[in-house]
Design a protein around this ligand. Sequence first.
Ligand SMILES: N[C@@H](CCC(=O)N[C@@H](CS)C(=O)NCC(=O)O)C(=O)O
Length: 78
Amino acid sequence: MQELKLYYMDACPYCRKVLRYMEANDIDGVKLLDVDADPKNQDELMKFGGMDQVPMLLIDKKPLYESDDIIQWFEDSK
Ligand SMILES: N[C@@H](CCC(=O)N[C@@H](CS)C(=O)NCC(=O)O)C(=O)O
């Protein structure tokens, strides 16, 4: 089973789009990490992704940016 973590911010419309998609499609098993709520999450975003942009889905320590690509990845994983 893959380890999945979504780095996001509440105020980010692209993040909300991904979160809405996940809710509508009953996708669970993804750890949600708010980068504004905890500086540790922001540090991890930079450590694993290298780019200060959310949303970022970390798939077994591999970063995937771009909300549309993240949604497509979930679609392909169905
Ligand atoms: N095209 C990207 C846009 C993501 C984006 O612009 N995210 C903003 C927050 S809403 C961000 O992280 N901005 C910080 C930055 O670009 O440095 C997507 O669809 O995921």
